[in-house]
Design a protein around this ligand. Structure first.
Ligand code: NAD
Length: 311
Protein backbone atom coordinates (compact mmCIF):
# COMPACT_ATOMS: atom_id res chain seq x y z
CA UNK A 1 0.00 0.00 0.00
CA UNK A 2 1.14 3.60 -0.52
CA UNK A 3 0.91 5.63 2.68
CA UNK A 4 1.42 9.35 3.31
CA UNK A 5 2.82 10.53 6.67
CA UNK A 6 3.10 14.18 7.68
CA UNK A 7 5.56 14.83 10.49
CA UNK A 8 7.34 11.58 9.58
CA UNK A 9 10.73 12.98 10.62
CA UNK A 10 9.42 13.69 14.12
CA UNK A 11 9.52 11.51 17.20
CA UNK A 12 6.30 9.48 16.80
CA UNK A 13 6.28 9.85 13.00
CA UNK A 14 9.74 8.31 12.54
CA UNK A 15 8.75 5.20 14.50
CA UNK A 16 5.54 4.96 12.48
CA UNK A 17 7.43 5.30 9.19
CA UNK A 18 9.79 2.49 10.22
CA UNK A 19 6.86 0.23 11.14
CA UNK A 20 5.00 0.92 7.88
CA UNK A 21 8.12 0.22 5.81
CA UNK A 22 8.71 -3.02 7.72
CA UNK A 23 5.17 -4.07 6.84
CA UNK A 24 6.11 -3.71 3.16
CA UNK A 25 4.39 -0.42 2.41
CA UNK A 26 5.59 2.44 0.25
CA UNK A 27 5.80 5.56 2.42
CA UNK A 28 5.82 9.23 1.39
CA UNK A 29 6.88 11.62 4.15
CA UNK A 30 6.30 15.37 4.29
CA UNK A 31 8.03 17.27 7.10
CA UNK A 32 9.29 20.84 7.40
CA UNK A 33 11.99 19.74 9.88
CA UNK A 34 10.96 22.46 12.33
CA UNK A 35 11.06 20.17 15.38
CA UNK A 36 11.83 16.92 13.55
CA UNK A 37 15.12 15.87 12.02
CA UNK A 38 16.42 13.66 9.23
CA UNK A 39 18.55 11.96 11.90
CA UNK A 40 15.32 10.36 13.17
CA UNK A 41 14.91 8.47 9.90
CA UNK A 42 18.58 8.22 8.87
CA UNK A 43 18.45 4.41 8.97
CA UNK A 44 15.65 4.23 6.38
CA UNK A 45 16.40 7.27 4.19
CA UNK A 46 18.06 5.12 1.54
CA UNK A 47 15.16 2.64 1.47
CA UNK A 48 13.68 2.84 -2.06
CA UNK A 49 10.18 2.42 -0.58
CA UNK A 50 10.58 5.74 1.27
CA UNK A 51 10.36 9.18 -0.28
CA UNK A 52 11.05 12.24 1.85
CA UNK A 53 10.11 15.82 1.02
CA UNK A 54 10.94 18.86 3.11
CA UNK A 55 7.95 21.16 3.04
CA UNK A 56 4.92 22.53 4.82
CA UNK A 57 1.68 20.59 5.26
CA UNK A 58 -0.19 23.89 4.88
CA UNK A 59 1.01 23.97 1.25
CA UNK A 60 -2.04 22.25 -0.23
CA UNK A 61 -0.68 21.91 -3.75
CA UNK A 62 2.44 20.14 -2.48
CA UNK A 63 0.47 17.92 -0.08
CA UNK A 64 -1.95 16.88 -2.83
CA UNK A 65 0.89 16.07 -5.20
CA UNK A 66 2.97 14.06 -2.73
CA UNK A 67 0.04 12.01 -1.48
CA UNK A 68 -1.27 11.14 -4.91
CA UNK A 69 -2.07 7.41 -5.08
CA UNK A 70 -2.00 6.97 -1.28
CA UNK A 71 -4.71 4.85 0.33
CA UNK A 72 -3.82 5.81 3.91
CA UNK A 73 -2.66 9.07 5.47
CA UNK A 74 -1.35 9.82 8.95
CA UNK A 75 -1.37 13.49 9.92
CA UNK A 76 1.17 13.92 12.73
CA UNK A 77 2.76 17.24 11.69
CA UNK A 78 1.95 19.92 14.24
CA UNK A 79 3.38 22.76 16.25
CA UNK A 80 4.26 20.96 19.51
CA UNK A 81 6.36 21.32 22.67
CA UNK A 82 5.43 23.32 25.77
CA UNK A 83 7.91 26.14 25.13
CA UNK A 84 6.99 26.63 21.47
CA UNK A 85 3.25 26.57 22.00
CA UNK A 86 3.43 29.09 24.84
CA UNK A 87 5.79 31.43 22.98
CA UNK A 88 3.99 31.22 19.61
CA UNK A 89 0.23 30.66 20.16
CA UNK A 90 -0.94 32.11 16.82
CA UNK A 91 1.63 30.13 14.85
CA UNK A 92 0.45 27.02 16.75
CA UNK A 93 -3.20 27.61 15.92
CA UNK A 94 -2.51 28.40 12.25
CA UNK A 95 -0.26 25.37 11.70
CA UNK A 96 -2.46 22.88 13.50
CA UNK A 97 -5.86 23.94 12.22
CA UNK A 98 -4.93 24.82 8.66
CA UNK A 99 -2.65 21.76 8.37
CA UNK A 100 -5.53 19.48 9.38
CA UNK A 101 -7.92 21.22 7.00
CA UNK A 102 -5.49 20.65 4.12
CA UNK A 103 -5.14 16.98 5.08
CA UNK A 104 -8.91 16.49 5.31
CA UNK A 105 -9.37 18.02 1.86
CA UNK A 106 -6.46 16.00 0.47
CA UNK A 107 -7.76 12.69 1.86
CA UNK A 108 -11.19 13.53 0.49
CA UNK A 109 -9.77 14.25 -2.94
CA UNK A 110 -7.76 10.99 -3.04
CA UNK A 111 -10.45 8.86 -1.36
CA UNK A 112 -7.89 7.86 1.30
CA UNK A 113 -8.30 6.88 4.95
CA UNK A 114 -6.97 9.50 7.38
CA UNK A 115 -5.73 9.49 10.97
CA UNK A 116 -5.56 12.88 12.67
CA UNK A 117 -3.25 13.07 15.71
CA UNK A 118 -4.83 14.84 18.65
CA UNK A 119 -3.83 15.04 22.29
CA UNK A 120 -4.99 14.32 25.84
CA UNK A 121 -4.63 18.09 26.32
CA UNK A 122 -8.11 18.57 24.84
CA UNK A 123 -9.55 17.20 28.10
CA UNK A 124 -8.36 20.35 29.84
CA UNK A 125 -8.37 20.44 33.61
CA UNK A 126 -10.87 17.73 34.34
CA UNK A 127 -10.90 16.03 37.72
CA UNK A 128 -12.71 12.96 36.46
CA UNK A 129 -10.35 10.03 35.85
CA UNK A 130 -9.79 8.03 33.82
CA UNK A 131 -10.46 10.36 30.88
CA UNK A 132 -13.15 8.89 28.60
CA UNK A 133 -13.73 9.89 25.00
CA UNK A 134 -17.42 10.47 25.53
CA UNK A 135 -17.04 12.77 28.58
CA UNK A 136 -19.04 15.88 27.86
CA UNK A 137 -16.34 18.04 29.43
CA UNK A 138 -14.89 18.05 25.91
CA UNK A 139 -17.83 18.41 23.59
CA UNK A 140 -20.03 20.23 26.08
CA UNK A 141 -19.66 23.70 27.52
CA UNK A 142 -17.29 22.89 30.36
CA UNK A 143 -14.22 22.35 28.20
CA UNK A 144 -11.14 24.23 29.35
CA UNK A 145 -8.30 23.42 26.94
CA UNK A 146 -5.37 25.10 28.61
CA UNK A 147 -3.58 26.75 25.75
CA UNK A 148 -3.55 27.47 22.04
CA UNK A 149 -2.19 23.99 21.29
CA UNK A 150 -5.11 22.27 23.05
CA UNK A 151 -7.65 24.62 21.42
CA UNK A 152 -6.20 23.97 17.97
CA UNK A 153 -6.32 20.21 18.46
CA UNK A 154 -9.91 20.41 19.76
CA UNK A 155 -10.85 22.30 16.58
CA UNK A 156 -9.04 19.62 14.52
CA UNK A 157 -11.23 17.00 16.19
CA UNK A 158 -14.44 18.92 15.47
CA UNK A 159 -13.38 19.46 11.86
CA UNK A 160 -12.55 15.77 11.39
CA UNK A 161 -15.85 14.55 12.79
CA UNK A 162 -17.74 17.14 10.75
CA UNK A 163 -16.00 15.89 7.59
CA UNK A 164 -16.91 12.34 8.47
CA UNK A 165 -20.56 13.26 8.96
CA UNK A 166 -20.82 15.53 5.94
CA UNK A 167 -18.83 13.56 3.39
CA UNK A 168 -18.35 10.02 4.75
CA UNK A 169 -14.57 10.53 4.65
CA UNK A 170 -12.87 7.67 6.51
CA UNK A 171 -11.19 9.80 9.17
CA UNK A 172 -10.47 8.94 12.80
CA UNK A 173 -8.93 10.92 15.64
CA UNK A 174 -6.14 9.44 17.77
CA UNK A 175 -5.92 11.28 21.07
CA UNK A 176 -2.35 10.52 22.11
CA UNK A 177 -1.43 10.66 25.80
CA UNK A 178 2.17 11.21 26.98
CA UNK A 179 4.28 9.17 24.60
CA UNK A 180 7.93 8.34 25.18
CA UNK A 181 10.72 6.33 23.60
CA UNK A 182 13.96 6.61 21.64
CA UNK A 183 14.30 9.71 19.51
CA UNK A 184 12.31 12.07 21.74
CA UNK A 185 14.41 15.03 22.80
CA UNK A 186 14.12 17.19 25.90
CA UNK A 187 14.58 20.32 23.80
CA UNK A 188 10.90 21.25 23.95
CA UNK A 189 10.45 20.56 27.66
CA UNK A 190 9.55 16.84 27.33
CA UNK A 191 9.91 15.44 30.83
CA UNK A 192 11.41 11.96 30.38
CA UNK A 193 14.32 12.83 28.06
CA UNK A 194 15.00 15.94 30.15
CA UNK A 195 15.22 13.90 33.39
CA UNK A 196 17.36 11.18 31.78
CA UNK A 197 19.72 13.76 30.33
CA UNK A 198 20.20 15.43 33.73
CA UNK A 199 20.56 12.07 35.49
CA UNK A 200 23.26 10.87 33.09
CA UNK A 201 25.19 14.11 33.67
CA UNK A 202 24.67 13.90 37.47
CA UNK A 203 23.08 17.35 37.27
CA UNK A 204 20.06 18.45 39.36
CA UNK A 205 16.72 17.16 38.07
CA UNK A 206 14.17 19.97 38.01
CA UNK A 207 10.63 18.98 38.92
CA UNK A 208 8.04 21.71 38.35
CA UNK A 209 5.24 22.14 40.90
CA UNK A 210 4.87 19.70 43.81
CA UNK A 211 5.91 16.59 41.89
CA UNK A 212 2.65 14.99 43.01
CA UNK A 213 1.05 15.43 39.57
CA UNK A 214 0.74 12.07 37.83
CA UNK A 215 0.99 11.01 34.20
CA UNK A 216 0.74 7.77 32.24
CA UNK A 217 3.62 7.22 29.83
CA UNK A 218 2.99 5.14 26.74
CA UNK A 219 5.74 3.48 24.71
CA UNK A 220 5.96 4.92 21.21
CA UNK A 221 5.92 1.33 19.83
CA UNK A 222 2.59 0.67 21.57
CA UNK A 223 1.18 3.98 20.37
CA UNK A 224 1.98 3.42 16.69
CA UNK A 225 0.75 -0.17 16.89
CA UNK A 226 -2.60 1.08 18.22
CA UNK A 227 -2.76 3.71 15.46
CA UNK A 228 -1.99 1.08 12.81
CA UNK A 229 -4.63 -1.28 14.26
CA UNK A 230 -7.27 1.45 14.14
CA UNK A 231 -6.42 2.37 10.56
CA UNK A 232 -6.69 -1.22 9.39
CA UNK A 233 -9.92 -1.94 11.23
CA UNK A 234 -13.00 -1.51 9.03
CA UNK A 235 -15.36 0.20 11.43
CA UNK A 236 -13.12 2.54 13.43
CA UNK A 237 -13.81 5.73 11.47
CA UNK A 238 -15.76 8.80 12.54
CA UNK A 239 -14.63 8.31 16.14
CA UNK A 240 -12.12 9.62 18.67
CA UNK A 241 -9.80 7.21 20.53
CA UNK A 242 -7.54 7.62 23.53
CA UNK A 243 -4.16 6.03 22.82
CA UNK A 244 -1.43 5.47 25.38
CA UNK A 245 -0.78 3.60 28.58
CA UNK A 246 -3.13 3.76 31.57
CA UNK A 247 -0.66 3.14 34.45
CA UNK A 248 -0.04 6.39 36.35
CA UNK A 249 3.15 7.50 38.09
CA UNK A 250 3.84 10.81 39.85
CA UNK A 251 6.53 13.06 38.39
CA UNK A 252 8.48 12.78 41.65
CA UNK A 253 8.40 8.97 41.45
CA UNK A 254 9.48 9.21 37.82
CA UNK A 255 12.51 11.32 38.75
CA UNK A 256 13.40 8.89 41.58
CA UNK A 257 13.08 5.87 39.28
CA UNK A 258 15.30 7.45 36.63
CA UNK A 259 17.94 8.24 39.27
CA UNK A 260 17.79 4.62 40.43
CA UNK A 261 17.99 3.10 36.95
CA UNK A 262 20.88 5.32 35.83
CA UNK A 263 22.75 5.03 39.16
CA UNK A 264 22.87 8.84 39.12
CA UNK A 265 24.02 11.19 41.87
CA UNK A 266 21.52 13.84 40.74
CA UNK A 267 19.41 15.66 43.31
CA UNK A 268 15.76 16.50 42.74
CA UNK A 269 14.98 20.21 42.85
CA UNK A 270 11.40 21.47 43.09
CA UNK A 271 10.70 24.66 41.11
CA UNK A 272 7.34 26.50 41.24
CA UNK A 273 5.43 26.45 37.96
CA UNK A 274 5.32 30.23 37.69
CA UNK A 275 9.11 30.36 37.41
CA UNK A 276 9.01 28.13 34.35
CA UNK A 277 5.77 29.03 32.61
CA UNK A 278 4.52 32.36 33.99
CA UNK A 279 2.39 33.36 36.93
CA UNK A 280 -0.98 31.87 35.97
CA UNK A 281 0.28 28.43 35.06
CA UNK A 282 -1.42 25.65 36.94
CA UNK A 283 -0.80 22.06 35.86
CA UNK A 284 -3.25 19.19 35.72
CA UNK A 285 -2.79 16.89 38.72
CA UNK A 286 -3.80 13.71 36.93
CA UNK A 287 -3.87 12.62 33.32
CA UNK A 288 -4.99 9.05 32.78
CA UNK A 289 -6.75 7.58 29.75
CA UNK A 290 -9.47 5.02 29.65
CA UNK A 291 -8.33 2.58 26.95
CA UNK A 292 -11.63 0.74 26.83
CA UNK A 293 -12.70 2.18 23.50
CA UNK A 294 -9.53 1.41 21.53
CA UNK A 295 -9.25 -2.02 23.19
CA UNK A 296 -12.89 -2.79 22.42
CA UNK A 297 -12.42 -1.84 18.77
CA UNK A 298 -9.05 -3.45 18.07
CA UNK A 299 -8.05 -5.66 21.02
CA UNK A 300 -5.13 -3.27 21.70
CA UNK A 301 -3.34 -3.56 25.05
CA UNK A 302 -0.07 -1.80 25.92
CA UNK A 303 2.88 -4.22 25.92
CA UNK A 304 5.62 -2.01 27.35
CA UNK A 305 5.87 -1.05 31.03
CA UNK A 306 7.48 2.26 32.02
CA UNK A 307 10.60 0.47 33.24
CA UNK A 308 10.98 -1.35 29.93
CA UNK A 309 10.87 1.95 28.06
CA UNK A 310 13.23 3.74 30.45
CA UNK A 311 15.79 0.96 30.24
P1 NAD B 1 7.55 16.04 16.89
O1 NAD B 1 7.80 17.49 17.06
O2 NAD B 1 8.71 15.13 17.09
O3 NAD B 1 6.87 15.74 15.49
C1 NAD B 1 6.14 16.69 14.77
C2 NAD B 1 6.74 16.72 13.36
O4 NAD B 1 5.97 17.60 12.55
C3 NAD B 1 8.18 17.25 13.35
O5 NAD B 1 8.99 16.39 12.59
C4 NAD B 1 8.06 18.63 12.69
O6 NAD B 1 9.24 18.99 12.00
C5 NAD B 1 6.87 18.41 11.79
N1 NAD B 1 6.13 19.65 11.46
C6 NAD B 1 5.76 20.64 12.29
N2 NAD B 1 5.08 21.59 11.62
C7 NAD B 1 5.03 21.18 10.33
C8 NAD B 1 4.47 21.72 9.15
N3 NAD B 1 3.81 22.89 9.16
N4 NAD B 1 4.59 21.04 7.98
C9 NAD B 1 5.27 19.85 7.94
N5 NAD B 1 5.83 19.29 9.04
C10 NAD B 1 5.70 19.94 10.21
O7 NAD B 1 6.37 15.66 17.91
P2 NAD B 1 5.71 14.23 18.22
O8 NAD B 1 5.78 14.07 19.68
O9 NAD B 1 6.23 13.19 17.34
O10 NAD B 1 4.18 14.54 17.86
C11 NAD B 1 3.54 13.99 16.71
C12 NAD B 1 2.05 14.27 16.82
O11 NAD B 1 1.52 13.64 17.99
C13 NAD B 1 1.69 15.75 16.94
O12 NAD B 1 0.53 16.01 16.17
C14 NAD B 1 1.42 15.94 18.42
O13 NAD B 1 0.50 16.97 18.63
C15 NAD B 1 0.83 14.58 18.78
N6 NAD B 1 1.00 14.24 20.20
C16 NAD B 1 2.21 13.84 20.70
C17 NAD B 1 2.32 13.49 22.05
C18 NAD B 1 3.62 13.03 22.68
O14 NAD B 1 3.63 12.70 23.88
N7 NAD B 1 4.72 12.95 21.95
C19 NAD B 1 1.19 13.56 22.89
C20 NAD B 1 -0.01 13.99 22.34
C21 NAD B 1 -0.10 14.30 21.01
Amino acid sequence: MKIFVTGGAGFIGSHLVRRLLKEGNEVAVLDNLSTGSLDNIADVLENPALSFTEGDVCDKELTLKLSSGCQQMYHLAAAVGVKLIIDRPIHTIKTNIYGSEVMLETAQEHGAKLLIASTSEVYGKTEKVPFCEEDDTIYGSTTHPRWAYACSKAVDEFLSLAYYRQTGLKVLVARFFNTIGPGQTGRYGMVVPRFIDSALKNEPITVYGSGKQSRCFGAVWDVIRAADMLMTSDDSFGEVYNIGNDKPITIMQLAERIIELTGSKSEIVLVPYEKAYGKDFDDMMVRQPSLEKVSGKTGFKPEYSLDMILR
